[in-house]
Structure formats: C-alpha cells, structure tokens
Design a binder for this molecule. Structure first.
Ligand code: MRU
Length: 349
C-alpha cells in the first residue's frame, strides 16, 4: 500500500543534536514542537504527556539516553556507564504502565554493554534501530490485522494508537489505515477517550490528515453503537500484554471488550512485541498509573465540578485475555489468546 498517503504525522524527531517532540497537549489546534536537550527534559515531557502512547514513549526514552550520553560528553565508557544508568532510572520512572519504556531502555543498555569506547555512537545506532523497527512492525501489523476484517466492515477504536503514539503508521490505527486502503473498513468510529481526550483531540485529527473519514462518539455511546450493528470490530492498542494474554490499555478499553462480547462484535488488540511482557504472569500484577484527579474536575483549565468533590483517575485498565479475539503483533496473529499460545509465540521470560 501507499504508506506515505496514509501516514503523515511524526511525534518524535531526532535532529542529530536534540529531540523534537510534537506537543500533544496542544493538538489539534496548535501544532507546536518542544526541543529536549537532556534526559531530564525527555523524562518530564513523557510525564507531562507531551509525547504519549506506549511505543512513542519507549522511542523518546531511547533518544533521552542518547541525550544523556551527549551531556556526559567525551568520557570513557567506564566513567559514562554509571551516569547513563542514573539517566535510565529517571527515564524509566516517568510512567509506570507501558512496558515499552523499560523495554527500550533495556535494549539501549544491552547495546551499551556490547559497545567499546564508541559507546555514544552505539547508543545512537540503537535508538535509530528501535525507531525503525517500530515503524516496520506497525506496517506489517497493519497488513496482518486488516486481513482479519471482512470487506465493508465498521470499526471502533479507543484512545490514540496512530503515528502520534508510535514511530509512524500506528498499531490499531495502522490496522484501520490498512483496512481503509484495502476497502475492508468503510466506517470508522473513535471514542473521545475521556478525560484526556486522546480520541477526540488526536485520533480523529490524525485520520483527517490522511483524508480518512471518521466519526467521533462519546465513550458512553459505544454500547449503543454496537447494538445498532454499525461496527464489526473494536480495534485497540496496548500498553502491556502479560504472559497469559491479558492486556493493559487506556481506561475504558475493558468496558468496550465487555460490550463487544455482549453484542457479538470482535475485539482485536494490536501491539508490537515490545509491548509483550512475558515476565508478568497476568494483568492483575500490572501497575496502573493514576493521574491528577484535576483531569476529571475541570476542562481547559476551568473547573466544571463543584468544589469539595473527590475524583478517582486511573488512566489504564486491564482487559482479560478471555474477552480478546485476536492479538496482532509483528510476529503474527494469536487468536483467542491464552498462556500457552503466548508462550509458543514469545517464549519464556
Ligand atoms: O496515556 P496514553 O495516551 O499514553 O495512553 C496510550 C494508550 O493507552 C494507547 O492505546 C497505547 O499506548 C497503545 S499506542 C500504540
């Protein structure tokens, strides 16, 4: 397919000296970039959701470690390693749920371990590879996932899993892009994804850049949409897939999976193997990030809820494997995932 036609946005850009991040807090009305020149700045940008989405935060963290190396400068590998380890700890602490962050930093540290005095160049090469591998994985998953969709189908997605959340093309949104290109998908619905509105502010904007027609729905409209027979697949990304096939993803994913099963709508999870965490047995062991309750208590800087009201704001939830029809990674499709099939596909931790 013509990828350039369907993939026009980039969230993360390495300039050779610094990391440019498209500021996703400002979208869709302001397309602004921030420039990070240290690992600390990258960690803060990840925490503040300037850059977000599991693969994109892993890629940003990898470049963050390169920036730490540049700040360290012309030191020997022996002197640099402990300083780089400190930077990796800071980057890893920026957000807890998406395993891609730890995965990317572990891959960078493995490259460092094999490097000699050319350690900074090796780190740069590794960050570049992490980014390139993610883009390639997304394009491959797009093709694999689209093949599961019957021509003329409607799909519902949640959160933002597109170019903004990855190196490009996207995971779930990549499958939707490929499905539209192959005329398998002819209705796209996106949930607004309260409270941060990744769906409303990012996904429908991203699809608009591609000229893909999409309809925004309130998260609460999803069951009603399914009951009307408008969608045949719910297609989402993942922040962590555990050894038994459970999936942590944006809050609201779990209730979509329940509603999908009730209505006979299929449920697909699309994520690169960097999202698979075989060291965690099941979803109940995943740390679910809690964010500022203020995200629920106001909008656009203005309070919308009476003073004195408390709010609870977990930003991910866990969908049990039993509610998932297919997990698509670049390694292939796992239908009706369980611990056995996961072990066969990804081996032991
Ligand atoms: O809090 P966010 O916006 O980083 O959450 C993102 C999601 O939950 C995505 O669905 C997930 O990371 C997959 S992105 C390809």
């Amino acid at each position: 397919m013509d990828y350039a036609r369907y993939d026009r946005v980039r969230a993360v850009e390495w300039t050779g000296k610094a990391l440019k991040l498209l500021d996703q807090r400002k979208l869709p009305f302001d397309v602004e970039y921030i420039t990070c020149e240290s690992a600390e700045e990258v960690a803060e940008a990840i925490f503040q959701l300037v850059v977000r989405g599991a693969p994109a935060i892993g890629i940003a963290a990898a470049w963050g470690l390169v920036l730490a190396g540049k700040v360290i400068g012309e030191k020997s590998k022996q002197e640099a390693v402990p300083l780089l380890q400190l930077a990796a700890v800071k980057l890893n602490a920026a957000r807890p749920t998406a395993v891609n962050l730890a995965w990317a930093l572990a891959r960078m540290q493995a490259a460092l371990a094999l490097a000699g005095e050319d350690w900074l160049q090796r780190l740069q090469d590794c960050a570049k590879d992490i980014e390139a591998d993610d883009l390639a994985a997304n394009r491959h998953m797009g093709q694999l996932g689209a093949q599961l969709i019957a021509p003329g189908s409607g799909v519902l997605t949640h959160c933002n899993t597109g170019s903004l959340a990855t190196a490009g093309f996207g995971t779930a949104l990549g499958v939707i892009r490929a499905g539209v290109a192959e005329q398998r998908v002819n209705r796209v619905f996106a949930g607004e994804t309260r409270p941060w509105l990744q769906g409303a502010r990012l996904t429908v904007w991203e699809l608009q850049q591609d000229g893909i027609d999409a309809t925004l729905i309130a998260d609460a409209a999803a069951s009603h949409l399914m009951a009307g027979g408008q969608v045949q697949w719910v297609i989402v990304g993942a922040d962590r897939i555990t050894a038994n096939g459970d999936v942590a993803n944006k809050i609201g994913t779990y209730q979509l999976a329940i509603a999908a099963r009730h209505h006979g709508v299929k449920f697909m999870v699309v994520a690169p193997s960097s999202t698979v965490d075989m060291a965690t047995a099941s979803g109940s062991e995943i740390e679910i990030e809690q964010r500022d309750p203020g995200e629920l208590l106001g909008y656009g800087g203005r309070r919308t809820v009476a003073e004195g009201i408390r709010a609870w704001n977990p930003v991910f939830d866990v969908t049990p494997a039993s509610l998932i029809d297919a997990i698509v990674t670049e390694k292939g499709v796992i239908e009706q995932p369980n611990a056995d099939k996961m072990r066969k596909a990804f081996g032991e931790a």
